[in-house]
Design a protein around this ligand. Structure first.
Ligand code: AMP
Length: 228
């Protein structure tokens, strides 16, 4: 059973890398941001609670985040392990997490802020199936339409200059606090997030001592170049 955390600022490709890692190793990919986005899109009570905070690029309160993570992990559908993306994002979340779970490795995708801005402002998301696109390196075949389901491609509500500036500031502050806790365990791997997705994945697997990535057709279709 493998348990990993993947961290990185928005646009660093952590969603893409987590999906590639989970796909052929039969791990479950858990994205806290995706869970919140699903709730917003489906107009749930939780969606109403987090929508404004998310759109402003701010962090959702620790209590709610912790209950979402606890509920997700107690489903125990992760027989071969999990890779969690976008969590923990604060010292308190990290401490809460380590109280209940032993982590085998923490991957930090490192990207300069200037590159983050370029990627995030060119990011699009399928409103129907959630697939990520990047208009720089991974544009859809038909402009504005998802290659997989034909759904409409939209800009994430929080992918604006203003929200991004807030997120970058928050990220640097919180990531340092979280990493300080993880570094005590000596299993933090900082990976350059600028190369192509396949190269980054190879580097991650080398650090974690995992077998090389086996692209399966259905998995290859899910890979974007610079996802959440
Ligand atoms: P992400 O897709 O990981 O960038 O998350 C999108 C948004 O969801 C963030 O900007 C936050 O508003 C919220 N969010 C996701 N994960 C967390 C977390 N661990 N703590 C607080 N807020 C979070």
């Amino acid at each position: 059973m493998r348990k990993y955390v993947i961290m990185g600022v928005q646009g660093s490709g952590k969603g893409t890398q987590a999906r590639m890692l989970a796909a052929d190793l039969d791990m479950v990919h858990i994205s806290v941001g995706d869970i919140f986005r699903w709730n917003v899109q489906n107009h749930t009570k939780m969606g109403a609670q987090v929508r404004r905070v998310m759109a402003a690029g701010e962090l959702v309160g620790d209590d709610l985040v912790e209950s979402v993570v606890r509920d997700r992990l107690t489903q125990h559908d992760w027989n071969y392990g999990f890779i969690i993306d976008g969590f923990p994002r604060s010292r308190r979340q990290a401490e809460f997490f380590l109280e209940s779970y032993d982590i085998d490795g923490v991957i930090v995708l490192d990207l300069p802020d200037s590159e983050v801005r370029r990627r995030v402002l060119n990011r699009r998301l399928c409103a129907n199936c959630g697939m990520d696109y990047n208009l720089i390196a991974n544009s859809p075949k038909v402009p504005g339409r998802c290659d997989t389901c034909g759904g409409e491609l939209v800009t994430r509500e929080d992918d604006t200059e203003e929200a991004l500036a807030v997120r970058l500031r928050e990220y640097h502050k919180e990531a340092e606090a979280v990493l300080e806790i993880f570094r005590r365990k000596e299993y933090v791997f900082v990976i350059d997030a600028r190369p192509a997705p396949d190269e980054i994945q190879a580097q991650i697997r080398k650090c974690l001592g995992l077998p090389a990535y086996q692209a399966k057709e259905e998995h290859a279709a899910q890979r974007g170049s610079a996802g959440a």
